[in-house]
Design a protein around this ligand. Structure first.
Ligand SMILES: Cc1cc2nc3c(=O)[nH]c(=O)nc-3n(C[C@H](O)[C@H](O)[C@H](O)COP(=O)(O)OP(=O)(O)OC[C@H]3O[C@@H](n4cnc5c(N)ncnc54)[C@H](O)[C@@H]3O)c2cc1C
Length: 393
């Protein structure tokens, strides 16, 4: 096995990283523990992603976006954020952003499928049904041991093996871990009201509810609740659950009907102290595992892959060792500069909007009002959510 770069994990981050390395002349391999069948036809997992303009551009450039059925892609034109029982909303509009839409929505399993197909059509080798069980690196190279007993030695190992990465642990990279003690329950519903293109994020008391527009009068429903209360949602009958959501959004979408299973995700924030070690780099959730409320995890994963590939290509052009500490630390600084404020900001937002003391309720409401009035602040938030200003990057 003679490769320059080995990628651990064929999630969206690992696959987009591999695809971006095509045409660099480097020999690249991905090792993934799931079977080939699962990668080719991933199961629906309830996750519908809000995709920024930058990610849309990257997915287009990587020959992935065109592989997703257009009927499965919806446009978010507007967004509103509500607090508690009030119907006052902080509004974001695509016209203010100067774009046709604020962002795009599609399913994680469709992006995974498209990403896998795009990589398979290229020159990267994919070893499936095989886990990385051990890892060791030194100044010159890195060696992986696989569950099939084989080993491989490469110039750079890139870990995209999830926020609970075992290889990051084996490499002794410490992480900041934040257990939110909250669980996200996601599903899809149909609705009978008028077709909508506005995403709603409702920071209600006791739970957070996001209703995100999909095509053909369907929506993604994302409920976040204290983990010890998640069973209240998971055990509800489909009818009771749909009625509850209808009420929680004041009948805005008319009669609703549950159309999928419920999927639950316990929420944990992870931030790696360093995004590299000798001959080893972290991308995607392995570097930064976000709370989903600001819909950044997948988008950040694509960006991390793009940033690291940018550094590798520069090194190749300059004749520098692409797996050296100098190159990897450049990537670390760039990605940290972008992700750190978003990670801390998202966690602070979660802390405030799950705090139900009287002063916090006042601040929560006040901040929405301020957000509507302060145009520069609104512009900054809009750009963070849409990444419109960065899309030419
Ligand atoms: C409810 C919910 C909603 C979300 N909504 C959004 C959203 O709207 N927008 C957004 O941007 N993000 C969102 N996210 C975040 C998004 O899901 C993640 O950021 C993204 O899927 C991470 O992709 P990844 O490729 O980095 O990791 P993963 O998808 O976790 O992939 C890791 C891969 O590594 C493989 N693997 C693990 N260990 C090994 C090993 N030892 N050897 C070989 N292979 C291994 C796994 O099998 C897997 O295929 C959401 C998350 C949740 C939970």
């Amino acid at each position: 096995m003679n490769y320059d770069i080995a990628i651990i994990g064929a999630g969206t981050s690992g696959l987009s990283f591999a695809k971006s390395l095509e045409n660099t002349g480097l020999n690249v391999v991905i090792i993934e523990k799931q079977t080939e069948e699962k990668l080719a036809n991933p199961d629906y997992d309830g996750r519908e992603f809000a995709i920024t303009h930058l990610s849309h551009k990257l997915l287009n450039d990587l020959d992935m976006w065109n592989r997703i059925d257009p009927d499965a892609i919806s446009l978010i034109k507007n967004a509103k954020v509500l607090n508690g029982n009030s119907d006052y909303a902080l509004h974001f509009s695509h016209t203010e952003a100067g774009e046709d839409n604020l962002g795009f929505m599609t399913s994680n399993h469709l992006i995974r499928k498209a990403s896998y197909e795009a990589v398979k059509d290229g020159n990267t080798d994919i070893i499936t049904g095989t886990e990385v069980t051990d890892i060791a690196t030194n100044n010159d190279d890195g060696t992986l041991t696989l569950s099939n007993g084989k080993t491989m030695t490469v110039k750079l190992i890139v870990a995209a093996d999830s926020r609970f990465s075992k290889t990051r642990e084996m490499m002794n990279i410490p992480t900041e871990n934040l257990n939110f003690n909250r669980t996200c329950v996601v599903c899809k519903m149909n609705y009978e009201g008028e077709e909508q293109d506005t995403a709603m994020e409702c920071f209600q008391y006791g739970r957070t509810l996001a209703v995100l527009p999909l095509t053909n009068k369907r929506c993604s429903v994302v409920m976040t609740i204290d983990t010890d209360k998640a069973r209240d949602i998971l055990d509800a009958t489909p009818e009771v659950l749909a009625e509850d959501i209808e009420k929680r959004i004041d009948g805005h979408l008319g009669k609703m009907k549950l159309t999928t299973k419920l999927f639950s995700y316990p929420l944990m924030g992870i931030y790696a102290k360093k995004f590299y070690a000798k001959r080893y780099a972290l991308i995607g959730d392995t570097a930064v595992g976000m709370h989903p409320v600001t819909a950044h995890g997948f988008n950040m994963g694509l960006r991390s892959a793009d940033t690291l590939v940018g550094e590798i290509k520069t090194a190749l052009r300059q004749g520098i060792d692409f797996g050296s500490i100098t190159v990897l630390s450049q990537y670390h600084h760039k990605h940290r500069k972008f992700t750190r404020p978003l990670y801390l900001g998202t966690n602070a937002l979660v802390k405030l909007y799950t705090n139900e003391t009287a002063p916090a309720k006042l601040i929560r409401h006040g901040l929405l009002k301020l957000g509507n009035r302060l145009k520069p602040a609104k512009h900054v938030i809009t750009n963070l959510l849409t990444e419109t200003d960065d899309k030419a990057a």
